[in-house]
Design a protein around this ligand. Sequence first.
Ligand SMILES: Nc1ncnc2c1ncn2[C@@H]1O[C@H](COP(=O)(O)OP(=O)(O)OP(=O)(O)O)[C@@H](O)[C@H]1O
Length: 313
Amino acid sequence: MTDSKLLLEAKELSRFFGDTLAVNNVSFNIKQGEVLGFLGPNGAGKSTTMRMLTGNLAPDNGQIIINGIDLLDNPKQAKACIGYLPETPPLYKEHTVTEFLQFCARLNGIAKKQQKTAVNNVIERCGLTDVSKRLIANLSKGFQQRVGIAQAIIHAPAVVILDEPTSGLDPIQIREIRQLIRDIANEHSVILSTHILPEVQMLCDRVQIISKGQLLFNDSLQMLTEQMQSTAILVGFSQPIDTQALNAINGVNNVEKIDEQHFRLSYLPEQNPTQALLKNAVENNWPLTSLMPEQHSLEDVFMKIIREEDAHV
Ligand SMILES: Nc1ncnc2c1ncn2[C@@H]1O[C@H](COP(=O)(O)OP(=O)(O)OP(=O)(O)O)[C@@H](O)[C@H]1O
């Protein structure tokens, strides 16, 4: 990342719906060039946060600064720096793609002379050239989502906020929309709200995990990946091996027998027994067929972070 200018700062945001505290004292920021994954289970408070960031819902408490402008004090100027694709894209389906995007260009205050160029640009960037004259209502959900993304970036906002952009799409459409998000991230900072963990792994630099309205994790994808490292190896042989012999290997502190020929060897951090295991296998003629470091899935880490927080409550 070459520039670390802060583009969006959310400070101590809270929002109630009746007695439900949907978002509880959430603070974070996004820098230029970053793709921030906003991850959480259903009902965690993701959409509520996105709606507050985009000026569509007033917070009960807190402050939002976009590109140095206070959203609550100067909503018009602040909103001009934000592009937003809500969970349900705001499309006028009886319009053609071009008509709708022309309307969006006007709505976003793009100068009359530049509207045509802006529309043509997003049509090209979002892969809509072949369908530009078609009614939005007749497009597939994947193409409708592309139109939704086009309206979010038409005014070249500094930050693009995408709320569950791949929800309800088929696998091919999902792949295409993810590619489009990758392209967009080359020019805009992106906040991506999702409950799909692999999506975060594929697209994001930094991850925030929200659950029950509270931010539980806010760090780089690398830190999250490090939490996925396990201290165990999975090992297989083509004939039964004595558990005690495995237990005696330097560094192994527990052996779990999966079946006669497969074992899970746990070790303490910094005491990886792989070298010692290989030496033993050669010396004892153990017919080794597989040797693999165990990895926790992102799902496991996610559940662990949420469970740890629940245990503190
Ligand atoms: N308009 C509303 N009126 C009442 N309660 C609401 C409203 N909007 C959200 N909530 C509640 O606030 C909490 C957070 O909802 P939110 O939609 O922000 O979650 P989410 O993480 O976006 O979930 P999902 O992935 O299901 O969209 C939930 O308990 C939800 O029921």
